[in-house]
Write a protein that binds this ligand. Structure first.
Ligand SMILES: NC(=O)c1ccc[n+]([C@@H]2O[C@H](COP(=O)([O-])OP(=O)(O)OC[C@H]3O[C@@H](n4cnc5c(N)ncnc54)[C@H](OP(=O)(O)O)[C@@H]3O)[C@@H](O)[C@H]2O)c1
Length: 396
């Protein structure tokens, strides 16, 4: 990991952006989940400070997107801002947003994608219109689908990158909370009691109790769902997705991906927390010897931005899942759960996500193909990336 600079965990994100202007100037950058007082907006401000050509912000509320662009324009009026409405929990919304972007001829390439949007600890089990647990659908599956659908423009950026301008990056926001649950491959929707799952899919009750001071193991009695474990599962998925992206895109196209834990940042992420819950959790984390001070978003965005712009940062090892988890402005090899650096698990998740987000309809109509006109070879392809690569072979 030949990073070119080191930064302190308290470095404002803007200082990091200023150290790598060539990675931002003239680039097209997308950030998902941008709302007032969020990490997404702080990240957008940081990139805007170094004059990207296009800054595309996505969100599920047009009012929040407009408010965000209004505040960005006041400080940095010279960037082209684009608001893209996208509810990540709805696959039809994600497809519509991706189609809009893919059809926009003013955006021929995408250089940096920050998969930032997230929701945490929804109190009761809710399923999306696609029948998927909402946290997993939003935090992982929506991003999986969006990334795959817009990949042609990311690959185009890779093909036109030069030595003075690093190839594209994909950043997936994760969390230390991933430690508390692996992927429940047998039960992504939390319908089965923990006890009926294979041991490898059990939440880590011990670690959860250590860090939160609460035992969640009794939640098996009535419903296996807890918002805490659904968040943890989705954040593990963000790291495994990162491993797969590197495996599929790094050697072939030079596109690298990193999973970033931003630390504790004062945003709206705790909207579902009980009064006093956040303070108690932070106190506990501090007692365990960690820095539990909540950062302001303009500082909390620092590792996100560093991961996106430092051209010297490359996925470590032999793409075996090492060196892709970033925290406190550094590559963190220690604080990653074993199940989140598992290449086989990453591949398995990719397969599950493909099955959950692709159906005949989407394959058949992807980029306007009708099933009858898809060559036979392509009909056996099961993932969007395969379909997309086939198209690239045809058209690039
Ligand atoms: N803050 C922390 O301490 C912390 C720690 C570890 C990891 N993270 C990660 O950092 C990322 C950013 O979170 P944040 O702290 O900035 O939280 P936040 O203030 O709640 O922002 C989350 C963003 O995601 C959007 N979002 C939620 N559900 C969505 C959906 N279905 N479709 C589209 N957008 C959706 C929200 O939109 P609305 O405003 O419309 O709800 C908001 O813009 C998350 O991935 C989170 O897991 C944060």
């Amino acid at each position: 990991m030949a990073t070119t600079r080191t930064f302190d965990p308290q470095t404002p994100a803007a200082d990091i952006a200023a150290a790598f202007p060539e990675s931002i100037q003239g680039k097209t950058i997308i950030i998902t989940g941008v709302s007032p007082n969020s990490l997404g907006l702080a990240t957008a401000f940081t990139f805007a400070s170094q004059s990207p050509a296009n800054l595309i912000i996505t969100g599920r509320s047009s009012e929040k997107l407009e408010a965000s662009i209004h505040s960005l324009k006041l400080k940095y009026p010279n960037t082209h801002y684009h608001a893209l409405l996208m509810d990540l929990s709805s696959q039809s919304s994600v497809r519509a947003a991706a189609t809009q972007l893919n059809n926009d001829t003013t955006i021929p390439t995408i250089d940096i994608l920050i998969n930032n949007a997230g929701v945490m600890a929804i109190p009761t089990l809710t399923l999306t219109e696609d029948g998927i647990e909402t946290t997993f659908a939003t935090n992982h599956l929506g991003h999986f689908l969006f990334t795959n659908l817009i990949l042609p423009k990311i690959i185009k950026a890779a093909q036109s990158s030069s030595s003075s301008s690093p190839p594209p990056r994909i950043i997936n926001l994760t969390s230390f909370a991933h430690h508390f649950s692996p992927i429940r491959f047998s039960d992504i929707n939390f319908t089965l009691p923990h006890t009926s799952l294979p041991a490898s899919e059990h939440p880590d009750f011990q670690k959860t109790e250590l860090f939160t001071g609460t035992s969640h193991s009794t939640s098996t009695s009535t419903s296996p769902y807890t918002g805490f474990f659904s968040y943890a599962q989705s954040k593990t998925a963000n790291i495994l997705f990162t491993i797969s992206l590197n495996e599929k895109l790094y050697t072939k196209y030079g596109i690298s991906s990193f999973a970033v834990h931003p630390g504790a940042v004062d945003t709206n992420i705790n909207r579902y927390a009980e009064p006093g819950e956040v303070e108690r959790a932070l106190k506990r984390v501090q007692e365990l010897g960690f820095d539990a001070r909540q950062k302001e978003p303009r500082v909390g965005a620092n590792t996100v931005v560093w991961g996106a712009v430092d051209g010297g940062l490359v996925p470590g090892g032999n793409l075996d899942g090492k060196g892709v988890y970033l925290a406190e402005c550094a590559v963190d090899e220690v604080n990653v759960a074993g199940f989140a650096r598992d290449r086989e698990g990453a591949e398995r998740l990719w397969g599950s996500a493909s099955t959950l987000s692709i159906d005949n309809h989407s394959v058949n109509t992807y980029h306007g193909f009708s099933y009858d006109t898809i060559p036979e070879r392509m009909q056996s392809y099961t993932t969007i990336i395969e379909v997309m690569e086939f198209e690239l072979d045809l058209f690039l």
